[in-house]
Design a protein around this ligand. Structure first.
Ligand SMILES: [Zn+2]
Length: 124
């Protein structure tokens, strides 16, 4: 899939959600970068997505969480130079709680009930 087509799908997805996103182009681009890293098979990014979803985030929230680390990396690239190893370390240390504390400071993170993650135990 071409990048332009991918970005259009990401925009359409947000339209269907009906959410207002402040800086639309940046938001969609960050999603695109995260999706590309997953498609490239960067193992730490794939693991982060699995981990965040197992911790109760839906896929969209997990991509937002990954995007916060991407943003920090890009900011580093614009200023004093980014460290790719630091990016990987941050992705590896990313948790749903860390992301929630950044995006909704002071608010308790809602617990997802009945999340159907990969690590769900079998019911008897
Ligand atoms: Zn989004």
């Amino acid at each position: 899939m071409e990048d332009a087509e991918k970005l259009l799908l990401i925009e359409e997805y947000h339209d269907r959600l009906g959410t207002q996103i402040p800086i639309r182009d940046v938001h969609v681009s960050l999603h695109g970068i995260a999706e590309n890293q997953l498609a490239m098979g960067i193992p730490q990014v794939g693991s982060a997505l699995d981990r965040l979803m197992a911790q109760g985030l839906d896929r969209h929230q997990a991509l937002h969480a990954i995007s916060t680390v991407i943003m920090e990396y890009l900011y580093g690239k614009l200023s004093d130079g980014a460290d790719e190893n630091a990016y990987i370390r941050q992705i590896e240390g990313l948790t749903a709680d860390k992301w929630w504390a950044l995006s909704e400071p002071g608010k308790p993170r809602p617990r997802v009930i009945g999340h159907r993650g990969r690590r769900r135990k079998k019911r008897r």
